[in-house]
Design a protein around this ligand. Structure first.
Ligand SMILES: Cc1cc2nc3c(=O)[nH]c(=O)nc-3n(C[C@H](O)[C@H](O)[C@H](O)COP(=O)(O)OP(=O)(O)OC[C@H]3O[C@@H](n4cnc5c(N)ncnc54)[C@H](O)[C@@H]3O)c2cc1C
Length: 425
């Protein structure tokens, strides 16, 4: 990989997501060599992926070059590489561009879509975990309307204009709200010769409330917001399959649709190696101790979505969200410095700052540890927080201008089929 071997310890970080970047920043002034490996050359701000899928934002406003983040630091190296295996006995990682040795290894590979073994949904459904997937979804949504214009069959039109979203967590709820707004504000103008009142947005949840991880009051309000926007919310419905036309459920209920969007779960994106069977716990995450050290390895750590640190409050690990990832990354930076100075590491303590979701214009729900609120103010808080956490001044400005423009004009101008999406048959 052409990375110089120096006398300073080499810390290899796999993954430039929230956890990997926070760790790298924390190590910036330390006397170590840091090598970051990622299969993408950019960091993705996943919470806004649904805005790319629905044409509110261009993908480049929620992505940021990893090299640019790291270029300001000494002793930092980035390689565009897919890590295939960890070889702990040799203290090396094996990648598609070669092998690299490490003194300390940090696995920050995040998570991937969990289909719970359902092959038909994996093959025929749409996921929204990466920028390319969001662009696929954007193209498919628009292509459906273009196709609906070309057919006289009402059944076919209905199928093309029916969007089924499975999983009513923040991603599903936000996407459903955004689609409902498109139905109301954009489709009648773009497709005047199509009866877009027949567009349906069905949001399906296996449990008895939307936003299951938030407070009951947030769930209730979010459901009211969704219904006000015309979204059909189905609770206690378990989806069992999708053949590309029909969504089947455990009951008699079924849906005819050309688009199923799967937002019902994620699982750790593990890497081969390290006695995986013993280490992988619920959610396909790697078991770590309170210092984020992978069980049984003194020199391998895991942070973010991939790490399952069992605590009293979170026996199955912290929520797979940005805050635990950021906080673990920062904390590991401190601990690695302590480790290198022969000081004892400090246990990680998660500071829960709360959670939030937006359902649409002027509609959001916010749960803070001691205060819960919903509506217009919550929506402004949601926007401010998301702008604040976006990486890069340009991205913040671009997103802010886009949002202001969309708000005033009731528009989403990035409704472009740049890269047509063709469903595999
Ligand atoms: C659609 C969506 C909406 C979300 N909304 C919210 C929200 O509103 N609030 C919130 O708190 N959280 C939200 N999340 C969750 C949040 O984005 C994750 O919890 C967070 O990104 C986890 O950070 P991470 O650093 O662990 O992993 P990631 O940010 O996923 O980063 C992992 C990195 O590792 C790289 N990688 C993975 N495997 C390999 C490999 N083998 N080789 C090389 N590179 C590899 C990936 O390319 C990626 O860059 C959302 C997630 C999604 C998908």
């Amino acid at each position: 990989m052409n990375i110089p071997k120096t006398s300073t310890p080499r810390i290899v970080i796999i993954g430039g997501g929230f956890a990997g970047i926070s760790l790298a920043k924390k190590l910036s002034k330390k006397d170590v060599q840091v090598v970051m490996l990622d299969r993408h050359n950019y960091h993705t701000f996943q919470p806004l992926l649904y805005q790319v899928s629905t044409g509110a934002l261009e993908p480049d406003s929620i992505a940021y070059p990893i090299r640019k983040i790291l270029s300001q630091y000494r002793n930092f190296y980035f390689r565009l590489a897919d890590v295939e295996e960890v070889l702990p006995e040799q203290k090396k990682v094996k990648t598609d561009i070669g092998e690299l040795s490490y003194d300390y290894l940090v696995i920050a590979t995040g998570s991937k879509t969990n289909y719970y073994g359902n092959q038909s949904i994996k093959e025929n459904g749409m996921a929204m975990k990466t920028i390319p997937q969001s662009l696929n979804l954007r193209s498919l949504i628009l292509e459906n309307f273009e196709q609906a214009l070309l057919t006289d069959s009402i059944d076919e039109q209905d199928m093309l204009m029916n969007f089924v979203i499975v999983g009513a967590g923040p991603t599903g709820v936000e996407l459903a709200g955004a689609l409902a707004e498109i139905k109301k504000g954009i489709l009648p103008k773009d497709y005047p010769d199509l009866d877009t009142r027949r567009v349906q947005i069905n949001l399906i949840q296996a449990s008895d409330r939307v936003l299951q991880e938030m407070s009951p009051v947030a769930s209730k309000k979010a459901e009211q917001f969704l219904e006000k926007l015309g979204v059909h919310v189905w609770k206690n419905v378990l989806v069992t399959g999708y053949d590309g036309e029909t969504v089947s459920t455990k009951s008699d209920l079924s849906f005819k649709t050309a688009t199923l969007i799967w937002s019902a779960g994620v699982m750790g994106a593990t890497v081969k190696g390290m006695n995986a069977e013993d280490l992988i716990v619920k959610g396909n995450r790697i078991r770590v101790n309170q210092y984020n050290q992978v069980d049984g390895y003194e020199d391998i750590f895991a942070v973010g979505d991939i790490a399952a640190m069992s605590t009293e409050k979170f026996p199955d690990g912290h929520p797979m969200m940005a805050q635990p990832a950021i906080q673990q990354g920062k904390h590991l930076g401190i601990n690695l410095e302590r480790l290198l100075s022969n000081k004892p590491m400090k246990p990680f303590n998660y500071f829960d700052k709360g959670s939030m979701a937006t359902i649409g214009r002027n509609k959001a729900v916010v749960d803070l540890p001691n205060f819960k609120f919903q509506g217009v103010f919550a929506w402004f808080v949601w926007m401010f927080i998301h702008l604040f956490f976006l990486i890069g001044f340009r991205n913040r400005m671009v997103v802010f201008i886009n949002w202001a423009y969309n708000y005033i004009r009731f528009d989403r101008e990035a409704r472009l089929i740049i890269r047509p999406y063709k469903k595999s048959t």
